[in-house]
Write a protein that binds this ligand. Structure first.
Ligand code: UD1
Length: 419
């Protein structure tokens, strides 16, 4: 199993180019199921989750060409697709369940494995299933599979999500593009990745109106067009490298981004005294000698993202005084804490709240990644720790971070992959 070796204590200074968003690419790929015309998707990050989704689409019969060098995916569905998505392709990636909505809407039936993914909480899919049932689907969960059918096709209706869910919004949004009549989606997720999916679907010819911050109306259509789409930047990757620069007293340009989309994160880091100069498509991060402690609650967009919580926690270990984090989205998302403690961090956990005592020195250690964002937080800790850190189980990291060792070592980090 591959590992990362990090020798801490080096500044992260230079330029880091941010990749396309994994969390935007995955629903866009699932949505290509709807069309029979050629689709070209640009700026895709070459990470395992994206490759898993392309393998899943190929397995059901899509013709998928992934050009890793150019970061382009070309897809055409010449023939009818299979409506069966097997366990071996969904076990590592929760977003695989996003093929359920489009398969059911287009082919009126689907058998999709219950998904796997990061073990950061229970992560049910009840919101997806309830909404599809309301649209007329019959759904059973049997032997680890969701078996769904809608003999007369899905019907538009009012779906008011009882809780904000990115995945449920995306799945139902895609499905409603091929449903009969009008679907009114309410209490939707408003993450930039959902907006990117809407932009893509509209280019395909879907009729979607955003009628409020969390309200989307969709009018079903029967046929779609060919299109080319460039995926938005990965705001979580950008946030991770901003924190890497701030953490190591670096002076770093983070480029290929839109800072406006990240104003919550930038304002919050400003409060910690991290200096960030914003330009149209890049920012420059410099870090003061002393950082201030803060209190943060993770929330759906435009709140502070749960996907940056672990990374921010490492930065908080460098601040003066006590910082707190309340994790509001996932119930089991503090698994990085025990590893950070092994590196010398002083952190207390009480339920979904963490108290981070600033000023503790981190030391290199042999540690283990437990999920995608936890693993990158441990990389950050390794960058600033005294001595050598060995990070095990980096397959989690490879699911979502493109060329992380290259991006960091080009900016001065001593980091290498041990095979
Ligand atoms: C997406 C992101 C993930 C991010 C998360 C929250 C992708 C591929 N993944 O995951 O990186 O951490 O949003 O921003 O885009 N829930 C239910 N029932 C459901 C669905 C969700 O109770 O049917 C709950 C979840 O357990 C969680 C909350 O709703 O507590 C939000 O989850 P959701 O927004 O659905 O996360 P994902 O779409 O899985």
């Amino acid at each position: 199993m591959q590992k990362l070796e990090i020798k801490g204590g080096r500044k992260i200074s230079g330029t880091i180019t941010i990749s396309g968003s994994k969390n935007a690419t995955l629903p866009i790929l699932a949505a290509t199921i709807l069309t029979n015309k050629k689709v070209i998707i640009k700026n895709v990050p070459i990470v395992h989750d994206v490759e898993t989704m392309t393998t899943l689409l190929s397995a059901i019969g899509s013709s998928v060409k992934l050009n890793k060098r150019k970061k382009i995916i070309e897809i055409i569905n010449n023939n009818a697709l299979k409506t069966f998505a097997p366990y071996n392709l969904l076990k590592t990636m929760r977003a695989g369940v996003l093929v359920l909505g489009p398969l059911l809407a287009k082919y009126r039936k689907a058998k999709v494995s219950l998904p796997g993914g990061c073990s950061i909480g229970q992560r049910p899919i009840d919101l997806h299933l309830k909404a599809l049932k309301k649209m007329g689907a019959r759904i059973k969960v049997k032997n680890g599979y969701i078996v769904a059918s809608a003999k007369k096709g899905l019907k538009g209706c009012l779906i008011k999500f009882p809780k904000i869910s990115v995945g449920a919004t995306e799945n139902i949004l895609i499905a409603s593009c091929f449903s009969k009549g009008k679907t009114k989606l309410r209490n939707c997720a408003s993450e930039p990745e959902v907006q990117d999916l809407i932009n893509f679907l509209k280019k395909l010819g879907c009729k979607i109106n955003k009628v409020g911050k969390r309200s989307i109306d969709v009018f079903g259509v029967k046929k779609l067009k060919s299109t080319t789409h460039r995926v938005i930047f990965d705001r979580i990757e950008a946030g991770t490298y901003i924190i890497a620069a701030a953490l190591t007293n670096g002076d770093t340009k983070i480029t290929n981004i839109n800072p406006k989309i990240m104003s919550t994160e930038i304002n919050l880091l400003n409060k910690m005294k991290v200096k960030i100069i914003k330009k149209k498509n890049y920012i420059i991060v410099t870090s003061p000698k002393k950082m201030k402690s803060i209190n943060v609650i993770t929330k759906p967009y435009p709140g502070f993202p749960t996907d940056l919580q672990a990374q921010l926690m490492v930065l908080m270990t460098r601040a003066e005084g006590i910082s707190t984090i309340k994790e509001n989205i996932f119930e089991n998302r503090f698994m990085h804490v025990s590893e950070l403690r092994r590196m010398g961090a002083h952190i207390q956990i009480l339920g979904n709240k963490a108290k981070i005592y600033g000023g503790s020195k981190l030391y290199g250690a042999e540690i283990m990644a437990t999920d995608l964002r936890a693993s990158v937080c441990l990389v950050l800790a390794g960058l600033v720790a005294k001595g050598k850190t060995i990070l095990n189980r980096i397959y989690h990291l490879d699911r979502g971070y493109e060329e992380i060792e290259n991006k960091l070592s080009n900016c001065g980090a001593k980091i290498k992959r041990l095979k």
